[in-house]
Design a protein. Sequence first.
Length: 210
Amino acid sequence: MSNSYYDWLVKVIVLGDSGVGKTNILTQYCDQKFSQNYMATIGVDFKIKTITVEDKKIKLQIWDTAGQERFRNITQTYYKGAFGIIFVYSIVDRNSFNNVETWIKSITENTTDEVCSILVGNKMDSQDRRVQSSEGQALATKYKMPFIETSALENKNIQNIFDILGLNLKKRLENESQKPQVNAENQSSNQFKLNQETAKPQPPQSSCNC
């Protein structure tokens, strides 16, 4: 079987305030790298990774979004077609935690279908904690999504984010596959495709295959 084969192509978006570690989470996951030099994402960027979940291969297009308010309208244009969402806050930044519900509301207002989501509390390596684990768990429970704390710096639980999300994506995708087909012209979600190597997005800035 060709290495390019996959069962599903899925768009995943990483959301959260600026500085919470979204980019470092992705570079740790895809490239096993961490940068101490903070550089805010401008607009959006994305990485590609194919994962194996049980007997299926899922090709993830993971979109890293800018957290600054001035890029909010640009970021929202990329919500369409997302099937997975990773909400990230920093455990040392109370405001980033408080703003998670704003990000959740933004997804609700700009997408038409349910998505698989996970809540991530990053920077668990820090001794300057401002958000307790119990608070993160309570928020995740409120919105019926998994919760995990991570450290992009120490590469703790980064893999687990995508293991959990991947398993939930597989379950949802299999359920979607079993539903009766309707007129394709009336389907607004183009959220996932079956083994279509030609379906590749035009990157707004740069892309990285990993």
